[in-house]
Design a protein around this ligand. Structure first.
Ligand SMILES: Nc1ncnc2c1ncn2[C@@H]1O[C@H](COP(=O)(O)OP(=O)(O)OP(=O)(O)O)[C@@H](O)[C@H]1O
Length: 301
């Protein structure tokens, strides 16, 4: 292990990373994964259940030793906790705090262990837990515990923050609050690597997205790169007794879906047809291709 960590080059790099579980390493949870995350990026790792996202994150965090392949954080070994800890904030999938400490004590303790400077009141305010500062952490609701976990991860605005399903269990306004806090640390230069099952969040906030399936990083790129080649959709309740000018791909619960490679042209055709014939297009909707479409092409068999 080396103490040397650098400020140049990618913040996180994995090369041919594999991780096996089991007494004899019989289950390969992560398979030859290559990953590179640059300074200031927000990288979202998405995927099917059991795809290996948490295992990957825990290996990048230095909590697991790769079965094979290489992982580096700031150019050094992430298991070298002493040099990495002051620069990295981690929000695990399961809460790791002592339930008998108060919220304020928990944040203060995690902060002092991190070696970074910050202020308990400030961080409590960021995660909207000021009113709970004297409550024992074990008494918090599920969503409040996630916010406490998040508070510990962002304490002192680390250069690199790992967030494992940060918004799971949060109500919509708490989710917005968390993303505001992420935007704030990003504007201070932090690099973020997260996992989520909320595709719309990755779509909205991530610079790059990786899609994992069965241990393999199957696709990777910007949203634009990932959705290229996937159809957009027009949905409507087709008027009775007339043929639409476009081919319906599928109908579900009375709502017809038309897949199209040229949304603007096909929508114009449909609207011109409806206008000329005096047809009403109930529940008309148009959506560009989304991550959802890409996700559904993953082989889950
Ligand atoms: N401690 C363990 N021992 C054995 N197998 C494990 C262990 N932890 C995870 N696994 C298995 O490794 C695979 C990957 O798990 P992991 O938690 O990394 O997936 P994930 O993509 O984060 O899943 P999810 O989206 O469901 O949280 C799963 O099949 C899981 O059952």
């Amino acid at each position: 292990m080396t103490n040397a960590t650098s400020t140049a080059g990618p913040v996180v790099e994995a090369a041919a990373l594999s991780y096996n579980y089991g007494d004899r390493g019989e289950f390969q949870a992560v398979r030859s994964l290559d990953l590179r995350v640059e300074r200031g990026e927000l990288y979202a790792l998405l995927g099917t259940n059991g795809a290996g996202k948490t295992t990957t994150l825990e290996t990048l965090e230095g909590h697991r030793t790769p079965t094979s392949g290489k992982v580096s954080v700031f150019g050094g070994d992430p298991r070298d906790r002493a040099s990495i800890r002051p620069r990295v904030g981690i929000m695990l999938q399961d809460s790791g705090f002592a339930g008998d400490l108060t919220v304020a004590e928990s944040i203060g303790l995690a902060g002092s262990i991190s070696g970074r400077e910050d202020d308990v009141r400030r961080v409590l305010g960021v995660v909207d837990l000021t009113a709970k500062s004297s409550t024992r952490a074990g008494m918090l609701s599920g969503g409040e515990k996630r916010r406490l976990d998040f508070a510990m991860a962002i304490w002192g605005t680390p250069e690199l923050v790992f967030l494992d399903e940060p918004t799971t269990g949060l109500d919509p306004s708490a989710r917005d609050g968390l993303w505001d806090a992420v935007a704030e640390i990003r504007s201070a230069g932090s690099t973020i690597i997260l996992t989520t099952h909320y595709l719309e969040e990755a779509q909205k906030y991530a610079d790059r997205i990786g899609l994992m399936n069965k241990g393999v990083l199957e696709r990777e790129g910007t949203l634009e790169e990932l959705v290229t080649g996937h159809p957009s959709h027009i949905t409507l309740v087709a008027p009775h007794g007339v043929d639409l000018p476009l081919t319906v791909t599928a109908t579900e619960n009375g709502l017809s879906r038309i897949d199209t490679a040229d949304l603007q042209a096909d929508l114009s055709t449909l609207l011109a047809w409806a206008s000329a014939g005096g047809h009403t297009l109930d529940r008309l909707g148009a959506t560009s291709s989304s991550l959802d479409d890409v996700f559904r092409t993953l082989d889950r068999s």
